[in-house]
Design a binder for this molecule. Structure first.
Ligand code: T68
Length: 842
């Protein structure tokens, strides 16, 4: 039951005056103006677009908070099992447009803002992206929150409130430059909860003793304390009263006596330094994707966030006064990659050291609570922490890790008594110098389910990196949940005209909640008028992107050209280098053609976008090359409109919303077996773009759903990669001659300073071409030629486009969340029918 401090007879007043939230245009205007004039202390004489944005955001925030409060009450009351999604990254993007669409009041706001003298698009564009993530992993977490709220699951996200999100990228002289992203200046979407805090301990030592009653006591003493304060972010579902919570922790020095002592004894400076050291924990998001570097501060972040979240979850559970054995009937925790693996150890510590449960009893609770999602097979991305580092920072946790390992290895030994090698291979501890803790192994051992994020990937983890664990646990512990994306943001919000056209054919916007309804579009593939509108919308989206290029880059591109787009983090395995080498190949071909031949070509705009990790030198070299190629190609009079090369700076969620709807072709061309899933592939197809891709990640399932005739596949298969690399290693390979010509062109200095790109070339020519760029080059170029041919038949192209969209129903994150709920979390959605009805009446 929900407790209240207000006596029964006084609750009437609360009910009478509790805010209802606006629904009409006038009410919206009244709320917005109130906020502008009071909260912001502005007036109609100094209200610029930013102030109008702030007022609008605050009005919508109030509205969300009313539903958010009710949701929390409803969920407490229902007393059902909850899901907690632990992720170090939530790449939310902008919130206002999403909030307006989800509560169904965008038109109200549009008219209201017009009354007040503003255009809604300009107001939406004022918002700073919440960029608390690197790429796919962080954006997946954001799509999941949207689906969990939309489907009425009682689910919380837990993350870190970084002061600096992912850096802003600028390009200077063709090079990436990183600018800090201080995003908290004005953020109306968060609620500081100064009353919700957790003290988190680091360092210190472990004291074990027997107390007066003869009981073994373990106490972790004399550490340094840092306080975690909660900041809550409301997460509205689409077309539902459910507003879930994303809780982000911020670090500050604990206000314990310790500090006061220092102040009083004149150690003012050192007290301030302590303060700053504590705040450093949640200061920055690590900008590496698919790479681990073993920095102590990163480990501190991980423990800080896990400990705060776990104590919060346990506190909530304890309020229910249930027995510990019921914990996993009430709580499911999903680990987004291995970053939160310490949560497993922390829960075991809470149960054993603090709550006094026996080891085995506690361990049963722990393992039935956690699920672990793996997002990569790349060895350089698998987390390992050195034993001395953990020993120093978290001495008690290291003991617990050793105990978990001991028990696990003993059980393995019993079942496979003659296999000594196996024990070494599955041990959590790697016997290296220094010893390392393999976090993925700990995550597997501490969870009841482990999942990959696309079929191929889930098969690969079972046959490669986690093969021994399949032997130990059997195959059922491992499962697949293919990724998905939210159609609310990635269709309805990013491409409102397409969404509207689809709704007009299907008869309603119901497809935004049940994406399989898109299949009702297929009967219209021969409808001339419909196809015309479909093509017009794509064209309008291309015009919009062309305008964006004009304003940000200062030159124009022809929106009638084929738009070929690759936007994602820059990484060798994602092979932007293959793309740019292909562009150079095309450029050379154009140069060698007669004017007659050139007339037959399909003009193309090659768009690139994405950030390189600041320390990833090879990725930065790729960015440099793309920019230098652009500088030469874009002003070559022989080329004109036939080829343009654009690098869009600072790719992020809000830019993706402009870019994704504007593609004719997008590129998903990773070396087979390296991209766990990819999710932008889904976004592009859902917006009517074709894709060129390898048989990797979710490309394979996309092909299965939309049909082979609707996708441009090329390149070697993942099962052949190992062999090819083996041959490369022994030097028995020859670089593709067409690619050699491209390299010669670069080496001649065609794109400036030839030395700058030497490593990119030698990696392929001399150092084994690990990513098989040369092996796939021919197939890639030929497929690009097929694309040109296909594009000439616009009618057939549009047919492919519509057919593909109609068959994309599977890739909604709603399907994905329902699969997690059924097969891993064992949770049910909350019934909100009654609440919806009340809302409809009022
Ligand atoms: C991505 N991983 C996968 N990692 O690369 C992508 N890594 O195939 C998949 O679709 C997506 O996850 C969602 O499952 C990442 O984005 C990171 O960003 C990352 C961050 C920190 C450390 C390691």
């Amino acid at each position: 039951a929900v407790e209240s401090s207000i006596p029964e007879h006084m609750r009437e007043a609360w009910k009478k005056f509790s805010p209802k939230g606006f629904t009409t245009k006038d009410e919206f205007e009244s709320e917005a103006v109130k906020h502008i004039e009071t909260t912001l202390a502005r007036s109609l004489f100094n209200c610029d677009e930013l102030a109008a944005y702030s007022g609008t955001a605050l009005a919508f925030r109030d509205r969300l908070i009313i539903d958010w409060n009710k949701t929390q009450q409803r969920q407490s009351f229902a007393d059902q099992k909850r899901l907690y999604y632990l992720s170090l990254e939530f790449l939310m993007g902008r919130a206002l447009d999403n909030a307006m669409l989800n509560v169904g009041l965008k038109n109200v706001a549009k008219d209201g803002l017009a009354d007040l003298g503003f255009r809604i698009e300009d107001i939406i564009a004022q918002e700073h992206d919440a960029a608390l993530g690197n790429g796919g992993l962080g954006r997946l977490a954001a799509c999941f929150l949207d689906s969990m709220a939309t489907l009425n699951y009682a689910a919380w996200g837990y993350g870190l409130r970084y002061r600096y999100g992912i850096f802003k990228q600028e390009i200077q002289d063709g090079y990436q430059v990183e600018i800090p992203d201080y995003w908290l200046d004005f953020n109306p979407w968060e609620f500081p909860r100064h009353d919700v805090s957790v003290d988190v301990q680091f360092y210190g030592w472990v004291n074990k003793y027997t107390n007066d009653e003869g009981k073994q006591i373990v106490s972790w003493q004399d550490g340094e304390i840092v306080t975690a304060t909660a900041y809550d972010v409301p997460v509205p579902g689409y077309g539902t009263p459910t507003v879930n919570n994303l809780r982000l922790w911020s670090s500050k020095a604990s206000s314990g006596e310790f500090d006061f002592a220092k102040f009083n004894s004149g150690e003012y400076e050192s007290a301030v330094a302590d303060e700053q050291r504590a705040e450093t924990i949640s200061a920055v998001l690590y900008p590496n994707d698919n790479l681990e570097r073993g920095k102590e501060l990163r480990l501190k972040q991980q423990y800080f966030w896990c400990a705060a979240s776990l104590h919060d979850i346990v506190r909530r559970f304890k309020k229910s006064k249930r027995k510990w054995s019921e914990f996993s009937d009430q709580v499911a925790i999903q680990l987004n990659d291995t970053h939160p693996t310490l949560a497993i150890v922390e829960l075991q510590r809470i149960l054993v050291d603090m709550e006094g449960l026996g080891w085995d009893e506690a361990w049963t609770i722990v393992t039935s609570t956690f699920g672990y999602t793996n997002h990569t097979v790349l060895p350089e991305a698998l987390e390992k922490w050195s034993v001395p580092l953990i020993q120093n920072l978290l001495p008690r946790h290291l003991q617990i890790i050793y105990e978990i390992n001991l028990q696990f290895l003993q059980s393995v030994e019993k079942r496979f008594p003659k296999d000594r090698d196996l024990l070494g291979r599955v041990s959590i501890i790697e016997e290296s110098q220094p010893k390392m803790v393999r976090m993925a192994y700990l995550a597997i051992i501490g969870s009841h389910k482990v999942n990959g994020v696309a079929e191929l990937h889930s098969d690969l983890i079972k046959t490669t990196i986690f093969k021994d664990f399949v032997k130990v646990y059997g195959p059922d512990k491992f499962t697949n949940v293919t990724n998905g994306i939210t159609p609310r943001r990635w269709l309805h919000q990013a491409n409102p005209r397409l969404s509207e056209l689809i709704a007009s054919k299907i008869g309603s916007y119901e497809f935004l909640k049940d994406l399989t309804l898109l299949n009702k579009l297929e009967p219209f593939v021969d409808d001339k008028e419909f196809k015309k509108e479909w093509a017009e919308i794509k064209y309008a989206n291309k015009v919009r992107l062309a305008q964006h290029i004009q304003t940000t880059k200062g030159y124009s591109v022809n929106p009638k050209a084929l738009f070929d787009i690759q936007v994602k983090r820059i990484h060798e395995y994602k092979r932007q280098q293959l793309n740019i080498f292909g562009v150079i190949h095309r450029y050379m071909a154009i140069k060698s053609m007669s004017p007659e031949e050139r007339k037959k070509l399909v003009p193309r705009v090659s768009v690139f976008g994405g950030k390189a990790a600041p320390g990833y030198w090879m990725a930065k070299t790729i960015i440099h090359l793309i920019n230098k190629v652009g500088e030469v190609v874009n002003k070559d009079p022989d080329v004109g409109d036939l080829l343009k090369v654009v690098f869009l700076e600072d790719y992020n969620v809000s830019k993706a919303e402009i870019i994704v709807p504007a593609s004719d072709i997008s590129e998903h061309i990773s070396t087979a077996g390296t991209e766990a899933s990819g999710t932008s592939n889904m976004k592009f197809v859902l917006n009517g773009g074709m894709i060129i891709g390898t048989l990797d990640g979710a490309n394979i399932e996309i092909t299965r759903e939309i049909g082979e005739q609707n996708i441009f596949l090329f390149g070697n298969l993942s099962e052949d990669v190992e062999d090819l690399r083996h041959h490369h290693f022994y030097g028995d390979y020859k670089v593709n001659p067409e690619l050699v010509k491209v390299f010669d062109c670069i080496k001649k200095g065609t794109f400036g300073d030839e030395g700058a790109f030497g490593a990119l070339i030698s990696g392929i020519v001399e150092h084994g071409d690990y990513y098989l760029v040369s092996d796939d080059f021919n197939s890639y170029c030929q497929t690009q030629d097929l694309i040109d041919e296909a594009y000439k038949d616009q009618d057939a192209w549009v047919t492919k486009s519509i057919t593909s969209v109609a068959r994309m129903g599977f890739f909604t994150s709603d399907r994905c969340i329902n699969e997690y709920a059924d097969t891993i979390w064992n949770i049910e959605p909350l019934d909100v029918a009654e609440e919806k009805e009340v809302r409809a009446r009022t």
